[in-house]
Design a protein around this ligand. Structure first.
Ligand SMILES: [Zn+2]
Length: 964
């Protein structure tokens, strides 16, 4: 395997090694001296596992051996990077804890529990002084993070004493296995090595480590590797990846802008205690190492200092790698600086610095062949899946799934890739370790040489943020009190608070330049340390250049996503406590209690569009609850269509109404409007085995709002008789076409089981299967058809709506695709409600609402029975089209939609009766990543009113509608 002997020697291969070997005495704390030697076994193994001599640096080709301090091999039984060896999370923790027990240079802190109850930890590594005085260094960083707490002179003094905290995260994406292994070796090296580079890092920088940001997924992926991956050879792969990483999401833990997942939230909470000026996520996908430098499109709200810092560090790393003779390191041309939802953005959003690597690797620990192009043939392919990447392109591991392939070729020289990797070679886990660890040590080396500059920049960025409003003139965002549904206001306020944003409430009615605000309105002033983030989250995203692609979403405007009124003001009076009295919110979370007024035998709960309505229904599941089909009035209160009328136990109802922030009035008799019973459906959520992430977001929302459901797969569908078990089957967004949903994971000749066993205890969670390949097939389609015909309600979201259109479950509905020129990375656009009386729209009081565009199908409903004799005039819209996109640039509210005319008048929601049942197709995704809270209610209304939905059939007419 090793080609070591044939490789060229590089000039730097020996000096560090010699220097290290000569430093035989390794000083430990409290005067105790430990004898240090080189670990010959390590050097020999690593040399053997490294597949080419230029795939290693002198920083990592050796490891000290120090009596009393366990190396990874001492605890795990093998050196890091051994082929076919991956470490389970419990063993990773075991290692760090053993290391912490053996040296005063390491401390392990528990920061929370994962969804599956694993310990979430941060490991601190530094000099004896750093770890002993960690609390003091933490305090310094907190002071620099909030410039209001210190004078500039004090800042100078603090910077002189403080040390930068550099945070490293591995294992955010569970198939990107290498960094979680590498970080253990890094920690050991930082503790034990005595060399100028490491000594400077240890003395001048405090390193903190998230060993595996998604520990549940780590274990599941390691199980999967040992069950399947380890036996795979070239040309003989299962082609299937483990159906789940974390409980709910895969790579979207790096898109969790609202920190919904407990693992991400725990790290955010930790952030506010420690304020690391740099957070660096270690991913795995690009050839051979990509280092993020913050390319365009860039978020213009962030400090120009940051945009200079990012390429500075990336370029230093590229130069060092080149000096070590390691090819294939590049920057630029992959991930941009537009969306602020990547995990490490928690740092740059709070005046620190996000950093990212993508290191070449595979989802397991096998050594695999890579075939890259040569610089003169940009079209060269690579069966291993690597090497084909420009911006938005992926390779090798799961990041590839999120990327479109083929843009750019990583074997081609570019200004940002001066020395690409080319040709054929084997790639091993140890190569991944070598690149990752060399990169990280180099980043830390840079930090250790400029620790004061990094701290000063952090302080100045924080201070600049306080004054950023002077450039754009926006002094505050105001969220008015008295909005119809205050539960979404509460959620928005709490999400801002979660991010450390300061918010105050007006003590009395207030008037600013742009209007009057009632007492209790929320004022988010811009003269605060996180004012840049305030603007980033609340403004409408104005995309800088329609020709630029972005790696993720183009828009996230929280007010639009929540359908909450958020005003921008330029009035400087907001800073004047003599003009307006503001009461700062001191709690991390607020609660705006609901109210029930009056007394009576019935309670009417107003449906103002709160997502908590469904929670109320389920919490009171044993009570008789009806929905009013028309608006009615009671005293001063207007109760819109969809409001609940609840019989009995007013005290119990009152308690829930208050807890859930709803508005209710007591009635002495039923209102004089038609009512229907809100029966609770037997609800199933269907998931393929190959696309569980968007399903996961829906599961998460249902879990949070207390909506019980069965998660079903093809196994249940093929059993048949769905109608006897379920009333509603929801098919969340998954797959890119109907065909993908029906045939799902390809079968390559052997069954792929997802089941728990004594050996593989982390498989078979959230469902199990004897064979995840093959999909439901046509027999599954037939079962879905029987279900609908027998009276079931099938609800499809986003791309899942191709399924009923393409497989004839909604025969009149056609699903088309946009042109290749169309580009819409999640903009927020207007949608027009055509049937406001339909139960799906209970709680909405506007005819046009903002929705996130999900790039689902372009839906058309055919009603033309005679194409040869079209009636005169414009075709009427079929009754089953409930909502449509007006389309066109003028209806794009935030972010980018290139080719917006292509969606003009396309159906956004279709309700097609079929047999005794119906199919409800959403072109968009009303339950997206815990973000578009304003749309959730349409999905929840569908569930609650499933057997009271009536769409008047179209008059027999020669029409085609929903056409552009
Ligand atoms: Zn990744």
């Amino acid at each position: 395997m090793s080609q070591w002997g044939r490789g060229r020697r590089r000039w730097l291969s020996f000096p560090l090694l010699v220097l290290f070997a000569s430093a035989a005495i390794h000083a430990q704390s409290s005067g105790k001296k430990a004898v240090s030697t080189n670990d010959e076994d390590f050097a020999k193994s690593v040399k053997e596992w490294t597949t080419r001599p230029d795939f290693i640096s002198p920083l990592v080709d050796h490891l000290p051996k120090v009596a009393g301090i366990p190396s990874p091999k001492d605890v795990l039984g093998h050196h890091i990077g051994e082929p076919k060896k991956l470490t389970y999370y419990a063993d990773i923790l075991k290692y760090y804890r053993a290391l912490a027990a053996a040296t005063p240079r390491v401390k392990v802190v528990t920061i929370g529990r994962s969804n599956e109850d694993r310990d979430l930890v941060v490991v601190f590594v530094g000099s004896d002084d750093s770890i002993k005085n960690l609390e003091q260094y933490r305090t310094y960083l907190g002071q620099l993070a909030d410039p209001r707490t210190i004078t500039p002179q004090q800042a100078t003094q603090i910077i002189a004493k403080a040390k930068p905290l550099y945070h490293l995260s591995g294992g955010l994406h569970s198939a990107e296995v290498g960094p979680s292994e590498m970080l253990m070796e890094l920690a050991y090296r930082l503790v034990t090595e005595d060399s100028p580079i490491i000594n400077a890092i240890r003395d001048n920088v405090i390193v903190s480590i998230t060993p595996a940001a998604d520990p549940d997924g780590r274990d599941r992926n390691v199980d999967w590797y040992y069950k399947y991956g380890i036996n795979e050879t070239e040309g003989r792969t299962t082609g299937a990846s483990v159906p789940y990483w974390g409980k709910y999401v895969f790579h979207d833990d790096n898109r969790d802008i609202n920190y919904s997942q407990v693992e991400m939230r725990s790290l955010l909470d930790w952030y506010f205690e420690w304020h690391p000026p740099i957070m660096h996520d270690l991913h795995q996908a690009q050839t051979l190492l990509y280092t993020f430098s913050g390319q365009a499109p860039q978020n213009p709200n962030l400090d120009p200092i940051l945009y200079a810092e990012l390429p500075m560090m990336a370029n230093f790393e590229m130069a060092q790698f080149a000096k070590y003779g390691m090819p294939g390191v590049w920057t630029h041309g992959f991930v941009d600086m537009w969306s602020p939802g990547y995990l490490a953005f928690m740092s740059s959003n709070h005046n620190g610095m996000i950093r990212m690597y993508e290191i070449q690797g595979f989802s397991g620990a096998n050594t695999q062949k890579m075939r890259l192009g040569n610089p003169n043939s940009p079209a060269a392919g690579n069966p291993a899946g690597a090497g084909q990447g420009g911006r938005g392109a992926g390779a090798g591991t799961a990041d590839a799934a999120a990327n479109a392939a083929g843009r750019g070729n990583q074997s081609v020289r570019e200004w940002y890739r001066p020395w690409p990797a080319t040709g054929e070679f084997e790639w091993s886990l140890r190569n991944n370790t070598n690149y990752g660890e060399t990169g990280v040590i180099t980043a830390l080396q840079y930090t250790s040489q400029f620790p004061k500059i990094i701290l000063e920049n952090f302080y100045v960025k924080s201070r600049n943020s306080m004054n950023a409003w002077q450039q754009d003139g926006i002094t505050a965002y105001v969220i008015p009190a008295g909005q119809r549904d205050m539960t979404r206001v509460e959620r928005l306020v709490n999400l801002l608070r979660l991010q450390g944003i300061e918010i105050a409430r007006t003590a009395a009615d207030a008037e600013f330049d742009d209007g009057k605000y009632p007492a209790g309105s929320f004022v988010v002033k811009r003269n605060q340390p996180y004012s840049r983030l305030v603007k980033t989250l609340l403004e409408k995203q104005v995309y800088p250049d329609a020709n630029l692609r972005t790696y993720d979403d183009a828009a996230w405007t929280m007010g639009l996503m929540s359908q909450v009124d958020v005003k921008e003001t330029r009035d400087k009076h907001v800073f004047d406590s003599g003009y307006v009295k503001l009461n700062p919110i001191v709690e991390r979370e607020i609660h705006l209690p609901g109210a029930l007024t009056g007394s009576g035998s019935l309670t009417a709960v107003a449906h103002y569009g709160s997502n908590n309505m469904i929670t109320l229904r389920y919490r009171l599941r044993d009570m008789k609850i009806q929905a009013a089909e028309k608006e009615f009035k009671h005293g001063e209160t207007t109760l819109p269509a969809g409001s609940f009328v609840i019989t009995g136990d007013a005290a119990r109802v009152k308690g829930e109404v208050e807890r859930l922030g709803l508005t209710a009035v007591a009635l002495s008799s039923a209102p004089d409007v038609p009512l229907h019973d809100l029966d609770l459906p037997r609800l199933a959520v269907f998931s393929t085995w190959g696309n569980t992430q968007e399903v996961g977001w829906v599961r998460y929302a249902f879990d949070k709002f207390g909506v019980p459901f069965d998660l079903i797969y093809k196994e249940r569908v093929k059993k048949g008789d769905l109608k006897s078990a379920y009333d509603v089957i929801l098919m969340p967004m998954q797959g890119g076409s109907g065909k993908r949903i029906v045939f799902d994971v390809e079968n390559r000749g052997q069954p792929i089981e997802y089941k728990k066993s004594d050996r593989f205890t982390f498989l078979g969670m959230y469902g199990e299967s004897d064979d995840i390949t093959g999909g439901m097939g046509l027999e599954g389609v037939a079962e879905f058809e029987k279900f609908v015909k027998a009276g079931g309600v099938l609800v499809t979201l986003g791309t899942a709506s191709y399924f009923p259109a393409e497989f004839g479950l909604a025969p009149r509905v056609d699903a088309a695709r946009t042109s290749p020129q169309f580009y819409a990375p999640g903009p927020i656009v207007e949608a027009e409600i055509l049937k406001p009386e339909h139960p799906i729209f209970y709680g909405y009081d506007k005819k046009t609402i903002p929705v996130r565009y999900a790039s689902g199908p372009l839906l058309t409903v055919q009603t033309n029975t005679n194409p040869f004799e079209p009636p005169p005039g414009p075709p009427p819209t079929p009754n089953s089209v409930l909502m449509r996109y007006p389309g066109g640039d003028e209806h794009v509210l935030s972010g980018l939609m290139r080719g917006a005319a292509e969606i003009r008048n396309r159906a956004a929601i279709v309700d097609e009766p079929s047999g005794k049942g119906r199919v409800i197709l959403f072109a968009g995704n009303p339950c997206y990543r815990w973000q578009n809270f304003g749309e959730f209610n349409m999905l929840f209304n569908t569930v609650l009113n499933y057997n009271d939905i009536k769409t008047v059939p179209d008059k027999p007419a020669n029409t085609t509608a929903g056409q552009p």
